[in-house]
Design a protein around this ligand. Structure first.
Ligand code: ADP
Ligand code: MG
Length: 698
């Protein structure tokens, strides 16, 4: 059967070669099918008009009809803005534009009726709509308009006349071409059982819904399908992997583990640590290759769990390897493990980029001979020259700093892939973990070691510096140390670096009696390290830094974390930074410094930080506020698919629901041969080819 939708987009009426090239480049739309699946990002209910007197502070995009009373410009240069006072007889609002002012002034006039569309906000007691869509009201017939789709476009597209409106028109042209209903991509039984809208109808309605109810049903159907196939793919791949890869069997827990447990362990394990170690023991004894994600808030004691698991590998005649994202962290782990292991006959070595020459050769030889039991290192351990006698267990700290390809390299360091434990302190909400790492088992340390005092978090406006400095001085007098962190989101941004330098100068002036360290990403690793070490040794009292100190650094004597421009950090990042303090027995503090004017969003973020110390709660909130695309730790985690319509933050329940359905399908049709599922397996195969690389996920 010839599928019309595979036809090249340039042959659609209204496109042609030039626009086709732009659609290819800007939106990766190559075929009619691609266009069909380019969904609107919002809709305006153009059958409904609101009145200004109905507006409250909390409204979505709405539509108003009225006239402009007057137009005014304020400010100069980049501050310049155009304000139109707009009324529909029930009240007055301000329409505000910051760009294209000249054009707008030429185009819109007072005392003409317009239909305005935008999102109202309330600022200083006045209702504002920034950058609204505005069209002459003449000729608009509301009852005929239904829900109007809005499509994302780019500047380049707009210049070629491909704005949202034009895209809507192309979609309409496309539907006019389709004489036959589109072939269903879910099996009939599934559509029926869950009362889903048929595909053909759902696609028409997602572009041109007549009513909100119709739109809701179309969205549900398409989200259902999208999440269903993601889960089906992941679960099927996971099953495949279990079948294909046998794991080393660590049958016994022997002398190393037991000696450590009874003679060297300096404190009682927390209940959560015990549970996680049990879970891991079960995995590595099962014959299955372990692939486990260990989540635990900062300071929850993951390192110790890692060590004890590595000892199990040693007990069974295998070597273990612990990888950290930076040299500082790797050497800290090295010191920590050496200290924990005391006099035990375990040879631990540290391999980083700066270990060279004879020392390096010695380590490499020790590894191939099996004399080095535990190797700790950075990316350097991945190099081809690093060969083990028998690597059985790999622990990866702060997993999100490592890409998929790097993890794959580790798999090839032995004849069979070693067991893999990835640890992260960036708590990934359950719904997201399921989608990202559908086949990864997850363990959680949800308990902190006893005796920790919860960190007190304080919000401070930046015009109250004397207070802040007095507080810092008091803490240092009590023998504590202090971090002051500046944002440096892009390590190349000059203005950020200047911020840091200014801040540093400022602090040196304000605290002439103390030593101040400075660390940022532009420094040479060796210098950075040396400066860090000065702070660790207590030679400096204040550390002025960028987020380079975010991960894992452990200075128990530091009790204050000041975050400057806290509004510029994401929630998870703030939580990570806060986790740098509160590691000792003293009361610790996190001070979030912001400007006076805050957006609603920032206000919420700061409030969450002040009220919660729970990383998971914060991660969930972050996901809701920012959406998964931005979530810390997921960007670099090698997410292998794009969701077109489902939203992990909002559709968590649906995700779990379809996951169970997918699981049942796999269980009931293990040979993938039932005729009623033919559509389904064919579709999965087709998707695999286009946009999903399951093998890359694990
Ligand atoms: P993280 O999970 O952030 O990597 P660490 O492993 O660095 O946490 O542990 C934080 C601190 O808590 C370390 O100093 C460690 O020795 C200590 N610690 C770990 N487990 C326990 C425990 N069960 N009881 C008391 N202290 C512990
Ligand atoms: Mg750690």
């Amino acid at each position: 059967m010839f599928d019309l939708t595979s036809r090249d987009i340039q042959y659609l009426p209204g496109v042609g070669p030039q626009r086709a090239a732009i659609l290819n480049k800007e939106l990766a739309i190559h075929s009619l099918h691609d266009l069909l699946y380019y969904f609107p990002y919002k809709y305006v209910d153009r059958s409904r008009l609101y009145r200004i007197c109905e507006i409250d502070g909390n409204m979505p995009y709405i539509q108003l009809k009225g006239e402009i009373l007057s137009l005014e410009t304020f400010g100069e240069g980049r501050q310049r803005r155009l304000v139109a006072h707009f009324s529909d007889g029930t009240g007055v609002i301000d329409l505000v534009w910051f760009q294209g002012i000249k054009y707008l002034l030429g185009r819109y006039k007072a005392h003409v009726e317009y239909v305005v569309f935008g999102k109202p906000t309330i600022f200083n007691g006045r209702i504002n709509v920034a950058h609204p869509d505005i069209d002459p009201a003449e000729g608009v017939v509301f009852s005929e308009m239904g829900m109007q789709p809005y499509y994302n476009t780019t500047e380049r597209m707009k210049r070629a006349g491909l704005n949202s409106h034009a895209l809507a028109k192309l979609e309409a042209n496309l539907f006019a071409l389709l004489k036959e209903p589109l072939a269903e991509t879910l099996p009939a039984w599934l559509v029926e059982k869950h009362h889903l809208m048929p595909l053909d109808e759902a696609l028409r309605c997602i572009h041109f819904p007549r009513t909100p109810e119709q739109l809701r049903r179309a969205q549900y159907r398409l989200k259902f399908e999208e999440l269903f196939y993601v889960q089906l793919g992941i679960l099927r791949y996971a099953k495949e992997r279990i079948r294909k890869y046998r794991g080393f069997v660590f049958a016994r827990v022997g002398e190393m583990f037991n000696t450590f447990y009874s003679h060297y362990l300096p404190f009682e394990l927390t209940g959560a640590q015990k549970r996680v170690i049990r879970e891991i023991r079960r995995d590595v004894g099962s014959g299955r290759q372990m692939n486990r994600l260990l989540q635990g808030d900062v300071g929850s004691g993951k390192t110790l769990v890692a060590l004890m698991c590595m000892l199990i590998a040693l007990d069974n005649g295998y070597q273990a390897c612990l990888m950290a994202p930076t040299e500082i962290l790797a050497s800290q782990h090295y010191e920590t493990l050496r200290r924990f292991l005391g006099e035990m006959p375990v040879r631990v070595e540290l391999l980083t980029g700066s270990v060279k020459g004879k020392k390096r050769e010695e380590i490499l030889r020790g590894l191939t001979l099996g004399e080095v039991h535990i190797l700790i290192g950075t990316h350097a351990v991945l190099e081809d020259t690093v060969n083990f006698a028998s690597l059985g267990m790999v622990v990866i700290d702060e997993q999100h700093r490592f890409g998929v390809a790097q993890r794959a390299k580790l798999w090839n360091k032995n004849t069979r892939p070693p067991h893999v434990l990835v640890m992260t302190a960036t708590p990934i909400p359950r719904t997201l973990a399921m989608t990202l790492y559908g086949d990864l088992d997850v363990s959680v340390i949800d308990e902190l070691p006893p005796g920790r005092k919860p960190i007190r978090t304080i919000h401070q406006f930046d015009n109250r510096r004397e207070n802040l400095y007095a507080f810092i001085r008091g803490q240092i007098r009590d023998g504590r140390q202090v971090y002051i962190v500046y944002p440096l989101i892009q390590e190349s941004e000059k203005s950020d670096l200047k911020n840091l330098e200014d801040g540093y100068g400022h602090i040196c002036e304000a605290f002439p009696e103390y030593q101040v360290s400075k660390v940022h990403g532009k420094m040479k690793p060796a210098d950075k390290d040396a400066e860090m070490q000065r702070f660790v040794r207590g030679e400096t009292q204040i550390m002025v830094a960028t987020t380079v100190i975010e991960v894992g650094v452990n200075v128990p004597n530091a009790s204050v974390m000041v975050v400057e421009n806290a509004e510029r950090f994401g929630l998870s990042q703030l939580h990570q930074l806060r986790g740098r303090v509160g590691r000792g027995a003293d009361q610790s503090y996190c001070v979030l410094v912001t400007g006076y004017k805050l957006t609603e969003d920032t206000r919420k973020r700061i409030e969450i930080m002040v009220n919660s110390n729970d990383g998971f709660e914060i991660a969930e909130a972050d996901l809701k506020l920012r959406g998964p695309g931005d979530l810390e730790g997921t960007q670099q985690s090698g997410i292998a698919f794009d969701l077109r319509i489902a939203d992990i933050a909002r559709d968590g329940q649906l995700l779990q629901f379809v996951r169970e359905i997918a699981r049942a399908v796999i269980d009931e049709d293990p040979t993938e041969s039932r005729p009623e599922n033919a559509v389904l397996w064919a579709q999965l195969k087709a998707l695999r080819k286009t946009n999903v690389d399951w093998a890359a996920i694990s």
